[in-house]
Design a protein around this ligand. Structure first.
Ligand code: PLP
Length: 463
């Protein structure tokens, strides 16, 4: 490739991969320039409007252009943009921590603020290890995670990630001490004569068996997404699964770390997704909806039991980043969480759970290529299959989910694709994660446009 030479143009910004200096431009196309956002809609420089039915990737839970969040950011900027937390505390960080802990599952008492989801998972893993070291449990180094999961892109978070496609190029570097067990994916893997409960118990037994094979005294933590997002498309666990996992963790002194980066902060109709499973983890990683995209922010919530050991230990907290507890990010996040609380948005999502499901089933359920419609609240997945009876996926080479994403975008709909048997994922799915403020009409429009996009993509792919 020749070096990029930027066209000297004063006209509208039109950059394709060849003319952009930005490395993370994935496609070769000229992409529209985002210039505005109102509620559930994004607007490009040419005035086209896109219904943001996935909030990017489950980020924009308040939609775009929220004035209260904007005002909180501006007010904080007028006070102070940055003051290193090694020297100062700041009000939005303290208040945000209080608010998160107050609504959190039993036992959670502290928050550690970082800049995104991968950092949150990294921090959780390091805090877990520090906890073991401080207790003299030096042999506990291993982590058990699940196949077909996504926990982030930094090397530690990628080690926990079970999506083989994402890990493969970095295998020489990822942490060896991670073992992956089966995900809880009932629609595809529950046996025909098995109940949900029995399936969940079978998986829990597989987890305990793996623990025994490794030696329970060598295992630090189990990491899992309560509702699997990007890699499976909004798949919740079956009833009883996480309770059984919690009991096994307790039995063997293994920490339970839940990754709520995508499914947390109200998205499932519960403030914390694990509430629906009736479990209290030792740590919860969160990001995305925490700041709703208004600022980059992530957090790991930590139980008092762990925090006490780590904070009073010999080492002191050994995970740190320059932008921890960034005042403007915390001010934005605090405002986001206050809007969610004051406007009753978690209850709203829960109240619309059945409506959204019905719209999806009525709109898409009869299509021969729609194998499963699942999820909770405003976190929904549609899985596409070549054969509904055998659940055989479409060939990965057809790239169906990516084609649907492109066709939908063309129709003014933003949805999030996940796909590819080649990636170790069982097939193509589309994720919908609309803002919590989406009206019933907007939900219906999202479903209608998704149906049209599926038609176009199937035709383009010759399926
Ligand atoms: N964990 C889950 C469940 C995610 O979905 C993601 C991102 O998609 C991450 C972690 C990583 O978060 P980030 O991209 O903010 O680093």
């Amino acid at each position: 490739h020749a070096p990029v030479s930027t066209p000297a143009s004063t006209g509208p910004l039109r950059r394709n991969r060849a003319t952009s200096h930005v490395l993370h431009r994935h496609t070769g196309d000229v992409l529209p320039v985002a210039v505005g956002g109102e509620g559930c809609w994004l607007i490009d420089a040419e005035g086209r409007r896109y219904l943001d039915a996935s909030g990017g990737a489950a980020v924009s839970c308040l939609g775009h252009g929220n004035r209260r969040v904007r005002d909180a950011i501006m007010a904080q900027l007028d006070k102070v943009a940055f003051a290193h937390t090694g020297f100062f505390t700041n009000e939005p960080m303290e208040r945000l921590a209080e608010m998160l802990v107050e609504g959190a599952p039993e036992g959670i008492g502290r928050a550690c603020f970082v800049s995104g989801g991968s950092e949150a998972i990294e921090s959780a893993l390091k805090i877990a290890r520090q906890y073991a070291v401080e207790r003299g449990d030096l042999a506990r180094t291993r982590v058990i995670a699940r196949r077909q999961s996504y926990h982030g892109n930094t090397l530690g978070a990628l080690s926990a990630t079970g999506n083989t496609g994402r890990r493969r190029p970095f295998l020489p570097w990822v942490i060896d001490d991670v073992v992956h067990v089966s995900p809880c994916y009932a629609w595809r893997h529950r046996a025909a004569d098995e109940t949900d409960i029995a399936y969940g118990q079978r998986l829990a037994a597989e987890f305990e068996h793996q623990l025994r094979v490794l030696g329970p005294e060598t295992v630090l933590a189990f990491v899992a997404e309560p509702v699997v997002g990007a890699t499976l498309g909004a798949v919740p666990a079956v009833e009883g699964y996480f309770k059984a996992i919690r009991q096994i963790c307790d039995r063997h002194g293994v920490l339970l770390i839940l990754d709520e980066v995508m499914c947390g902060m109200g998205r499932t109709g519960y403030l914390y997704a694990c509430e629906a499973d009736g479990v209290a983890p030792d740590m919860i990683a969160m990001a995305k909806g925490l700041g709703a995209g208004y600022q980059p922010i992530g957090a790991v919530l930590v139980s008092d039991a762990i925090a006490d050991v780590v904070l009073h230990g010999r080492l002191g907290l050994m995970t740190g980043h320059t932008y921890m507890g960034h005042p403007v990010a915390c001010a934005a996040s605090l405002a986001v969480q206050e809007v969610i609380r004051d406007d009753g948005l978690v209850a709203r999502v829960r109240g619309l759970d059945a409506t959204f499901e019905r719209l999806l089933r009525d709109g898409l359920g009869a299509r021969p290529e729609v194998g499963d419609i699942r999820g909770r609240g405003f976190f929904r997945g549609v899985e596409l299959v070549a054969d509904r009876t055998t659940k055989r996926p479409f060939p990965a080479t057809a790239g169906l989910a990516k084609r649907i994403k492109a066709a939908a975008f063309d129709l003014g709909l933003i949805c999030y694709p996940g796909s590819g048997t080649a990636d170790g994922i069982d097939g193509d799915h589309i994720l919908l994660a609309p803002p919590f403020i989406a009206t019933e009409d907007e939900l219906a429009l999202a479903v209608e446009r998704l149906g049209q996009a599926i038609d176009r993509a199937m035709a383009d792919a010759g399926l």
